[in-house]
Ligand binder design. Structure first.
Ligand code: NCD
Length: 311
């Protein structure tokens, strides 16, 4: 098997064969899910804990569904970090989880690096479900699967990642994955919302939607993450939409058959207009959600096997 790590903490550092393995396996789970069948023997007797220190709807439910379709016992733990010392909570949590003999631990946390820290402290295989502004590896995998199924390939495509790149772990994971697989990746947004020296990641930066979208096969919109902004980095929602919001006119700058993506949750009328978000001819946003379950099944399957090899 070409995926050899115990955990899935980041896309950065994964080689193309490891990514291809996860996507190919996910492809088979798309077919299984569409057939309405399950494969409950695979994780029977295994415990999957969803440990969420930050809100989530689609990521948590899709890990839950993925675990259940493979037969795992799934437990959801939501932890508020508002009034407690975060470092202490994390280590306490690690001890508790070890005592419970958890096999697979899915972690979302507001601090970058928290899942990696937990991975050092627990016996379980750890999956990063989003850490601060760092990475969200399963989101990038489900985006790649969506792209590959629609376009028949990933290599050589032009992908424009637009908006609040600065705060987006989705953008970071996608940049690593898509550049590793040979895409022409552009990031497009106001200077205040693009990380300094982002071009070091192998992408081109644009401060204009027309220039950034020209010739794009994929237009990936990002949510404006107000909760991560210490100060106002954008003037007003209305003005943001005028310059950076994707509507039919701006989509016209991209290729005629360009696909529209968004990881959700969407701020309609801020970074994306409902007209394009809901256009079945252009938008694959619903399909991204479907691919999310298949990708997470592939990840759980793969990590449960590499765990067995270690033992
Ligand atoms: C993303 C996240 O949490 O990083 N959402 C998700 O996982 N579907 C993106 C976001 O919050 O904007």
């Amino acid at each position: 098997m070409s995926y050899r790590q115990k955990h899935l903490l980041a896309i950065e550092g994964l080689e193309p064969p490891a990514i291809a393995h996860l996507l190919d396996l996910a492809e088979s789970y798309v077919l299984l899910n569409r057939s309405g069948r399950t494969q409950r023997d695979l994780l029977r007797g295994r415990t999957l804990i969803n440990l969420f220190f930050e809100d989530s709807t689609r990521t948590r439910t899709s890990f839950e569904l993925a675990g259940k379709r493979l037969g795992a016992d799934v437990i959801n733990m939501s932890v508020s970090t508002s009034s407690v010392n975060k470092g202490e909570t994390l280590l306490d949590t690690a001890w508790t989880l070890n005592a419970m003999h958890c096999d697979l631990l899915v972690v979302r946390h507001g601090e970058s690096g928290a899942p990696a820290l937990l991975a050092q402290k627990v016996d379980a295989a750890v999956i990063n479900a989003g850490d601060g502004t760092h990475e969200h590896p399963t989101q990038a995998l489900l985006d790649a699967l969506t792209i590959r199924r629609r376009k028949g390939r990933i290599e050589g495509l032009a992908v424009a990642i637009c908006g609040d790149v600065l705060h987006s772990r989705v953008a970071r994971s996608n940049i690593h994955l898509l550049t590793t697989l040979g895409c022409d990746v552009r990031v497009v947004g106001p200077a205040t919302l693009l990380p300094a020296e982002v071009e070091r990641l192998g992408v081109r930066a644009f401060h204009d939607m027309r220039a950034g979208l020209e010739g794009a096969d994929i237009v990936m919109m990002l949510r404006l993450q107000k909760e991560r902004m210490a100060r106002g980095l954008v003037p007003s929602a209305r003005e943001y939409f005028r310059f950076w919001g994707l509507d039919a006119e701006k989509l016209g700058y991209a290729k005629k058959d360009a696909l529209v993506m968004h990881p959700g949750p969407m701020n309609r009328g801020v970074e994306i207009d409902s007209e394009v978000a809901d256009d079945p001819a252009r938008s694959v946003i619903k399909e991204q959600v479907e691919m999310g379950v298949a990708v997470r099944m592939a990840v759980l399957d793969t990590l449960s096997r590499s765990g067995r090899n270690d033992a």
